[in-house]
Design a protein around this ligand. Structure first.
Ligand code: SF4
Length: 308
């Protein structure tokens, strides 16, 4: 779905206090420094690509990525890369299996700093003397994910993208890891973008929520407000399919997510939406209701932005 981003503008702007992110098809997102924003959606919704663009691992193929108001290109890519970091879903494939733990964690520093490596490993709940000379295969999945988190934090990033960081782990470890993320966020004053398909996880971890679908942002705002009173029909379906929030999996509404390579015109949810109407064949406006942004024709009366 690389090509889907050709028409998309990803604009991440860091300011001294709040962090503004203008992302994904002209929806303006603002991320307050030190906050946790969850990006919720099914696979294929563009969540991981969004994370990779923010961390400069991927270039937007057609749009432009701005960080602190400056386009991320040329030598600026390296500068941004120093300030952002990412933790991936599968810990076993995100660390080099042949390296020792101390080398894995110190690698981003470009030199070995034993004090720093020990400090960051202790902060993720691993004893330095126990793990420093081990290789990943000698550790459990949960421990390897802790190593990957330590590696991501070793340079004190301002923004950490966490891409489904608990979904490859045993259920018994997931809750511990979520608590660890909460603690680390306070300790390091780091801003999180937390990518998840699990709305219960988003509820637990985030203060702000971005609901994505087929490369679009459908709803964006306070997690509490969205969960209490979801406005977008897709968000409503997501929430009603997890009635108790105890389910670990986000169940999809019926129907297929449209192809991102050649998406249909207008609202990308229209083939699954119970409220679809003729006008939904045109790009929906972005409305604002009680501080929450919603891209849907049902709220045209509250429109604050119209599509190009
Ligand atoms: Fe449904 Fe139309 Fe809103 Fe899309 S724009 S979610 S099809 S009502």
């Amino acid at each position: 779905y690389y090509m889907a981003y050709q028409r998309q503008l990803l604009d991440v702007i860091f300011r001294r206090k709040p962090v503004y992110v203008r992302a994904l098809d002209d929806v303006n997102l603002s991320i307050v420094r030190g906050s946790v924003t969850s990006v919720v959606g099914e696979s294929g919704s563009g969540k991981t690509t969004m994370g990779k663009i923010i961390t400069t691992m991927e270039k937007p193929t057609g749009g432009t990525y701005y960080f602190e108001g400056k386009e991320v290109r040329g030598s600026y890519v390296e500068e941004v890369r120093k300030r952002v970091s990412m933790v991936f879903q599968n810990p076993a494939t995100s660390v080099n299996p042949r390296m020792k733990i101390k080398a894995i964690v110190s690698e981003p520093l470009g030199r070995f700093d034993e004090n720093r490596v020990a400090e960051v490993l202790e902060s993720v709940g691993l004893r330095y003397s126990d793990v420093k000379d081990k290789q990943p295969r000698e550790l459990s999945g949960g421990q390897i994910q802790r190593v990957a988190i330590a590696r991501a934090l070793v340079k004190n990033p301002e923004l950490l993208v966490l891409d489904e960081p608990t979904s490859a782990l045993d259920e018994s470890v997931q809750a511990q890891m979520l608590n660890l993320f909460v603690e680390l966020q306070k300790q390091y004053s780091v801003t999180y973008v937390f990518i998840t398909h699990n709305i219960a996880v988003a509820k637990y971890i985030s203060d702000t929520m971005v609901v994505t679908y087929a490369g679009k942002v459908f709803e964006y705002g306070s997690t509490e407000k969205i969960l209490n009173s979801p406005k977008h029909p897709y968000t409503q379906l997501l929430i009603s399919s997890v009635p108790s929030f105890e389910s670990k999996k986000l169940r999809s509404p019926t129907g297929d997510v449209p192809s991102l390579i050649d998406p249909p015109p207008g609202c990308r949810f229209k083939n699954r939406c119970p409220f679809a109407m003729e006008t939904c064949s045109k790009e929906p406006p972005i409305a604002e209701i009680n501080g929450v942004k919603v891209a849907c024709w049902l709220y045209v009366g509250n429109a604050v932005e119209n599509p190009n």
